[in-house]
Design a protein around this ligand. Structure first.
Ligand SMILES: Cc1cc2nc3c(=O)[nH]c(=O)nc-3n(C[C@H](O)[C@H](O)[C@H](O)COP(=O)(O)OP(=O)(O)OC[C@H]3O[C@@H](n4cnc5c(N)ncnc54)[C@H](O)[C@@H]3O)c2cc1C
Ligand code: FES
Ligand code: FES
Length: 1258
């Protein structure tokens, strides 16, 4: 209601950081003010009593004064779609409030919990690092090195509101809501009484467990108790044996306390403290640690809590009170079952005792998580061993694991096998076997990854073994015989390694006018509005009177008949206005695509979990959601048609070059392989959002939709409502990321919202929650690729055949950069009972090319030759022809290849990596260099058209409209540059307000990497028409100003408005003749990547990435480099990190950032260099540029192949050589198992089909 829309909502569960704000509180004990970043989405409003909240609007604005953080992130090109930017700004701003001169480590810590799907983080980090103490090249503005950034002046920050500096309020605070009451007692006594009367009421401290439970699992707590004013819960008391820490202290406070105590104690006393600090460093994100309490973590009893195993191994105790007081050891008896401890419901945990360690006592703390930071652990552990002085015989040992069962578990038998024995290889070898028998997980255990989890328990014990051996060396002068596997074992801490970057922007010609912005690294035209939170996204639009909210009811069955749908209960709920079913749709009830129909709302049968059934409209979001939850659907299950039943969509496609059958006769070697590539969630930061407003007369609607294809929205709504298209106007101002995912499903959602608006005659808003969005809207297609390759003696790939379960773009790209003379590909799309998938950046190409390159890697492994040599031998050279008979020149592909090898210092680094691998057993380095040839434009020729409308107003300002949408790729900025050049006016005179179907009709989608190519030509055309129209006036008054010419034109009754049109190339593909010209040109690129892999855990870090891309003459190099970096990181996510997990019954488990990990700051290569190929041009696109939106996604595969290379090095230590299978994504689990270490080999392999897996391998 206060219209502060800058803070964004991306997930609601504390996992994305888009909602970050700064909270400031007066600490009653010290009377100091603390500032900390928090996730607004998890912060209960009642918890804010006495606190001050600073949102991005309070930091700075374009109207008054920008804050240096906002300015620097924007100027460093750290904002593309801008949806993550306010959160980034707030994380960094809070850091600066606490540390005006932060270190790089502070910055990466502060940003670890903020996700960005567009930029790849490098520019955000570069913007922030300008605040670092160490002077560096980024501390001057990039556009003008002489103009420094705004200085940071901490004295100018907002002060803590004096009205909040009041003495503690002794009264009980009570807040009552519609269904929940909130009580905040002011003393322990009062708290105990309250808890005794209401034992089931939770204590809410950080709300990081209670909050997600209420939001996502529908748990309702009618009474919530906030103990944050009870001082006993925050007290810290030091004793001679250790320290009592208040259970209410946040994890950040615990960390600072332990850090503070370190220098005050002897080193031997700090073993447990260090182990806890190690875990705290990667536990959740800073925003989570700032609120999550120590007591909350313990009592939540998560199976994979990172603290509990360490606290338990460290002999910690807790003090609990209810009517009486008792002290309990934190051991295996404390943790009873999933989420349960032995505490009685009325008991309150007051404080936790963390003992000092003793001489001869050593601690280990290890964790392995799907992502290095801001991710729950897969397996986590705390270990302690105690030796009496001068001895290496174990006196006491304690080993706890998380992630190995429903709660924290103690490996008691393993400890028994170690105690009273010398700490050496023999003891430990036996301990591994005991551990293996002791911690057995059922093959269908929740969370899956059973083999990996079991192997991690061994790996962690082994790592602890090595660490303890080092310590024993010093303590008892024990010289362990060098372990076969331990040569040069190194623990790396990458967090302190600075990020290095090198961007080579192109040079503009010397004679180009200073005013002409084309070819220059102009900042995104909305970057400052993004950074100040002023940029308006769909859900930021103010509510209109009587507006309703729409929530969807989706199928909970994968394949079933709908036997009943009862909305009566929902309709009785407060605020619920109506329920929309298929029967309410006045026009077309289904959307047709590629000849197949998809119902908007299922009527009789469902074919996947998540299929939309009906929609509830209510006066608020929460009422609509409650209404949707109350709709009852009855089903009758139907059998599932699976892949084995050959349920393929038609037509299937084949393409062939040469004669594969004949070629088979004359080859030396044949190899067959297979690769599975998992799907990928778009994870645009702004979920699907729309608002449909009836205009009030003649069935006219305004649809505000976050979409890449406004024309489709207009058509679809019109067809659904059975009205002409001229009654619907679709408006798109900006989109918070799309990546292909805001076209087809968005249209279905817009249609349903349109029906609701039509039926109720009120404005209806629909904004999906992250979980719904992931469930409903589909993802990148998963692929099963099979190949058979014939290899000739000269190492060329003679022939290749592929069965790829996807279609056209696959087949058109599956030669990639190689001139394979005989090549045949078949592709088919499967019908499944999973949500229908959709376009995602590259649309099939990233999958197709991975199969091809995997085949190349196999060939190299078979021939025992480096993969890059096989690539070079087979690469297109000289005038070339594709498998669909398109002639092209691969000269720039070759140039990119050579340039990338040179820039990356490929030869020397390859040798250094091999040397490293010879010296290290448990860490291996892998390198890979991968090319791409990517076809640009729509192969459906009719889509290659664009239009623009340009108005010049009397004051000389210019309004440009075109058919493309701004989704972060910087299209509007580039169009501004085009208009500026063509009209010879400064870019500041040109404005672009929105994309709308009433200014530019029938526009193509912003997709296929050709937005700039097509719209740029249309804008150019319109501007040239106008500029020529002004020519007589210009000639009459050559010294006149632009404004004077425009005014003269007006008085001379000259039209100052023009449309521009671009008729693009007539591209086509004739699948019967298997030939065509489906692309206008190719974008080429090469990426070289080096990773270091921890073979014991599968954890990897990208050490360096060098990319050379041929994008002709870039219209805006900073924007294009942004696209390359962002796409590379998305590719890195696709191939190494992001996993969609489905239950055997077809339910998507991974429905939010807590379960689905996209790359975060911790995944950025330590060195990340992007180079644009110089001296390249392209006659097919505006100003000789090339499209780049999609191609670089595939370059992320270089990380995949580098991991595979490192795994191959590890396998060779176990005597395994030759091709091996590693499916995509190469997650830590897959990479670790591929390394085939002695630990993974101890785990008996599961027999597929012998058990029901927790998740399907799709
Ligand atoms: C995005 C995200 C990432 C996370 N990542 C990790 C991770 O990597 N590793 C990890 O270990 N944890 C992780 N967590 C979990 C987090 O650490 C815990 O949720 C948190 O510590 C719980 O503390 P809280 O104060 O927020 O608890 P609340 O949500 O406020 O309360 C949780 C429960 O504890 C009870 N409780 C709280 N205090 C007391 C007390 N003093 N006496 C008795 N009962 C009490 C409450 O009654 C309630 O049942 C993550 C959480 C989120 C949301
Ligand atoms: S919206 Fe709060 S963390 Fe995602
Ligand atoms: S700019 Fe970060 S999500 Fe788009």
């Amino acid at each position: 209601s206060v219209r502060l829309t800058g803070t964004k909502y991306g997930c609601g569960g504390g996992g994305c950081g888009a909602c970050t704000v700064m909270l400031s509180r007066l600490q009653p004990a010290t009377r100091t003010i603390t500032h900390y970043s928090v996730n607004a989405c998890l912060l209960p409003l009642c918890q804010l009593h006495g606190a001050s909240v600073t949102t991005v609007e309070g930091v700075g604005s374009t109207k008054t004064r920008l804050h240096p953080v906002q300015e620097r992130i924007a100027k460093a090109h750290g904002s593309q779609c801008g949806f993550c930017t306010p959160g980034m700004v707030m994380s960094m701003y809070t850091l600066l409030r606490n540390r005006p001169q932060p270190t790089m480590e502070d910055i990466t810590q502060a940003l670890a919990g903020n996700l960005c799907r567009c930029t790849g983080y490098r520019p955000i980090i570069d913007g922030c690092r300008t605040f670092c103490q160490v002077q560096n090249c980024c501390q001057k503005g990039e556009q003008n090195p002489d103009e420094p950034f705004l200085p940071l002046d901490p004295t100018q920050e907002l002060i803590f509101p004096p009205e909040l500096i009041v003495s503690a309020n002794p009264k009980t605070l009570t807040f009552r809501g519609e269904r929940v009451s909130w009580v905040s007692p002011s003393s322990l006594e009062e708290l105990l009484q309250l808890k005794a009367r209401n034992p089931e009421a939770p204590l809410v401290v950080g709300n990081s467990n209670i909050g997600p439970g209420m939001k996502f699992k529908g748990v309702l707590h009618p009474l919530m108790i906030s103990p944050t004013r009870v001082t006993e819960l925050f007290e810290v008391t030091r004793t001679p044996q250790g320290v009592w820490v208040g259970a209410g202290c946040s994890l950040t406070e615990v960390w600072s306390l332990l850090e503070k105590l370190l220098p005050q104690l002897a080193e031997e006393q700090t073993g447990l403290f260090r182990a806890l600090i190690r875990q705290l460093g990667t536990l959740g994100s800073l925003q989570i640690r700032n609120v999550a309490s120590l007591g909350g973590n313990i009592v939540s009893a998560y199976p994979n809590s990172d603290l509990n195993p360490v606290l338990a191994a460290g002999n910690c105790r807790v003090s609990v009170v209810s009517a009486g007081k008792r002290e309990l050891p934190l051991n295996q008896d404390f943790f009873v079952s999933f989420g349960k401890t032995i505490l009685k419901p009325e008991e309150i945990l007051v404080s936790v005792f963390i003992p000092f360690s003793r001489k001869g006592e050593f601690f280990g703390a290890f964790r392995q998580a799907p992502r290095k930071e801001s991710s729950f652990s897969t397996v986590t552990t705390g270990m302690r061993v105690f030796f009496s002085e001068g001895s290496r015989v174990v006196q006491d040992v304690s080993i706890y694991y998380g992630g190995m069962g429903p709660t924290t578990v103690c490996a008691t038998k393993t400890c028994a096998a170690i105690v009273s024995r010398p700490w050496d290889d023999e003891t430990l070898s036996q301990a591994y076997n005991v551990l293996l028998d002791e911690l057995v997980l059922p093959l269908s255990a929740p969370g899956g990854k059973v083999e990996f989890r079991r192997s991690l328990t061994l790996s962690f014990l082994f790592q602890f073994h090595l660490e303890v051996l080092q310590k024993l060396k010093e303590m008892v002068k024990y010289k362990p015989k060098p372990l076969k596997w331990t040569t040069s074992f190194v623990f790396f801490d990458f967090s302190s390694t600075p990020l290095l970057r090198l961007l080579l922007l192109q040079h503009v010609p010397k004679d180009q006018s200073d005013q002409d912005p084309v070819g220059r690294p102009i900042m995104h035209r909305s970057a400052l509005s993004h950074a100040t939170g002023e940029a308006v996204y769909c859900d930021d639009l103010p509510a209109t009177e009587g507006e309703l909210f729409l929530a969807l009811v989706t199928s909970s069955r994968a394949h079933a008949k709908i036997t009943g749908l009862d909305a009566s209960e929902a309709l009785r709920l407060p605020g619920v206005v109506d329920v929309i079913t298929a029967k309410d749709i006045p026009g077309q009830k289904a959307r047709k695509l590629c000849g197949y129909e998809e119902e908007l709302l299922a009527e009789t049968e469902v074919s996947c979990i998540g299929q939309m059934l009906c929609a509830v409209v209510a006066d608020s979001r929460s009422h609509a959601k409650r209404g949707a939850a109350a709709v009852k659907v009855a089903y009758e299950d139907l059998p599932d048609p699976a892949v084995e039943k050959s349920s393929f969509f038609e037509p299937r496609r084949t393409i062939e070059r040469g004669n594969v059958t004949e070629a088979f006769e004359s080859v030396d070697q044949v190899h067959e392989g297979e690769l599975r590539i998992g799907g990928q969630e778009h994870f645009y930061m702004e979920t699907q959002s729309m608002l449909v407003v009836p205009v009030g007369e003649e069935t006219e609607f305004n649809a505000y939709v976050s979409t890449q294809f406004p024309t489709l929205m207009q058509e679809a709504i019109a067809e659904t409502l059975s009205i002409p298209s001229n009654r619907v106007t679709c408006h798109v101002r900006r989109i918070g990321g799309a990546f292909g995912g805001k076209v087809v499903k968005t249209a279905a959602l817009a249609c349903i919202t349109g029906v609701a608006a039509w039926k109720t005659n009120r404005a209806v808003r629909c904004v999906l929650e992250r979980g719904e969005d992931m469930l409903i809207t589909g993802a990148r297609h998963p692929v099963l690729g099979k190949y058979k390759v014939w290899i000739s003696r000269d190492k060329t790939i003679y022939s290749q055949e592929g069965l790829l379960i996807m279609l056209l773009k696959f087949l058109l790209h599956f030669d990639n950069a190689y001139n394979i003379p005989n090549l045949r590909g078949h592709a088919a799309a499967c019908r499944t009972n999973l949500p229908s998938n959709t376009a995602f950046r590259g649309f099939g190409v990233p999958q197709s090319l991975l199969v091809v390159e995997n085949m190349v890697e196999d060939v190299a492994a078979l021939l025992r030759r480096p993969a890059h040599q096989i690539r070079e031998i087979n690469m297109y050279k000289g005038p070339s022809v594709t498998q669909y008979k398109l002639e092209f020149s691969p000269e720039n592909l070759q140039r990119c290849w050579e340039e990338c090898k040179l820039k990356a210092d490929h030869g020397a680094r390859r040798r250094a990596a091999d040397q490293f691998n010879r010296e290290n057993r448990w860490r291996k380095r892998g390198m890979s260099i991968v090319p791409i040839k990517y076809g640009i434009a729509f192969s459906d020729g009719f889509l290659n058209q664009a239009a623009a409308l340009v108005h010049i107003y009397k004051d000389g300002s210019v309004l440009v409209s075109h058919g493309g949408t701004e989704m972060g790729q910087g299209l509007h900025t580039k169009m501004q540059q085009v208009a500026s050049r063509e009209l010879h006016v400064p870019a500041s005179k040109v404005y672009i307000s929105e994309t709308s179907t009433n200014t530019v009709p029938n526009a193509s989608p912003s997709a296929a990497s050709c937005g700039t190519d097509a719209n740029g030509m249309a804008v150019q055309n319109a501007c040239q028409i106008l500029y020529q129209r002004l020519e007589p006036i210009r000639l009459r008054n050559p010294k006149g100003s632009w404004e004077s010419w425009v005014q003269t034109a007006f008085y001379e009754k000259m039209s100052l408005s023009a449309t521009g049109f671009y008729k693009g190339p007539d591209l086509y593909m004739d699948w019967d003749k298997k030939e065509g010209r489906p692309y206008a040109y190719f974008t080429f690129g090469v990426c070289c990547c080096e990773v270091e892999l921890d073979c014991l855990t599968g954890d990897y870090r990208t050490l360096r990435t060098d990319i050379v891309v041929d994008i002709g003459r870039s219209v805006n190099p900073s924007m294009d480099i942004g696209q390359i970096e962002g796409a590379f990181m998305q590719g890195l996510g696709l191939y190494t990190l992001e996993e969609l997990k489905f239950s055997p019954s077809g339910l998507l488990y991974t429905r939010g950032p807590s379960q689905y990990k996209i790359p975060a700051v911790c995944d950025v290569p330590l060195r990340f260099n992007v180079y644009l190929l110089p001296d390249s041009s392209n006659p097919h696109a505006i100003y000789s540029s090339k499209g780049i939106g999609e191609p670089a996604v595939f370059l992320g595969s270089a990380a995949f192949f580098a991991i595979k290379d490192a795994a191959a090095a590890a396998r060779s230590e176990s005597g395994l050589v030759g091709p091996f299978s590693l499916n995509s994504p190469a997650t830590a689990e897959r990479a670790c198992l591929a390394c085939a270490s002695p630990f993974t080999q101890k785990i008996p392999a599961s027999k597929p089909g012998s058990f029901k897996p927790w998740a399907l391998n799709i």
